[in-house]
Design a protein around this ligand. Sequence first.
Ligand SMILES: O=P(O)(O)OC[C@H]1O[C@H](OP(=O)(O)OP(=O)(O)O)[C@H](O)[C@@H]1O
Ligand SMILES: O=c1cc[nH]c(=O)[nH]1
Ligand SMILES: [Mg+2]
Length: 209
Amino acid sequence: MGELIVMNHPLIQHKLTILRKKETGSKDFREIVREMSALMGYEVTRDLETEEVEIETPLTKTVGKKISGKKVAVVPILRAGLGMVDGVLSVVPGARIGHIGMFRDPDTLNPVTYYCKLPKDISERTIILLDPMLATGGSLVAAIDELKKLGAKDIRSLNILAAPEGIEVVQKSHPDVDIYVGSVDDYLDEHGYIIPGLGDAGDRLFGTK
Ligand SMILES: O=P(O)(O)OC[C@H]1O[C@H](OP(=O)(O)OP(=O)(O)O)[C@H](O)[C@@H]1O
Ligand SMILES: O=c1cc[nH]c(=O)[nH]1
Ligand SMILES: [Mg+2]
């Protein structure tokens, strides 16, 4: 079973509370998603491999560490995942970036894929999949299906909020994928919205409602 990591860091929780507030406008919402994503990016990269390297300081020789092993690819699920890219890149600036475009049909709640462009060597990279919202899990499962079809083997998901129903769906379909979340909320309403949630992340990020 994939691990579920709830990031209870006080800074992450403080920022999440601001995101949830209905009076937080798009400018602040975008800024806080970016800040939270940097903090979450720090957690999601905690187990990246390192190797020792000999270096020279201005005073002496010493041994330091550098990231080794697989390189990273950051893959936002459009649109809302785009809001998380800059924050994560602030901690892994050398990562390649792929894009998966997807929206959820409002009637069926099924994901519809409209775009996919990924780095060629996706099978050799650690993939950090970004989407602020994990609701029914349909979008995340479809995105992981697509990545695996193209050879991806090491995938982790970074989500600001998740519903218990969606986590279960993803863990059943893709037990090898670890899920990092800011909070596991209570339930999904009849329209598939996370409760208490923060509303529609894409609309709040881009001011489209
Ligand atoms: O877990 P699920 O039930 O699949 O729902 C989650 C998806 O819904 C939202 O996208 P949306 O369809 O609103 O598209 P947008 O990002 O363009 O706003 C969200 O950003 C996720 O991608
Ligand atoms: O609560 C939700 C559910 C899906 N997508 C969102 O943006 N918000
Ligand atoms: Mg949306």
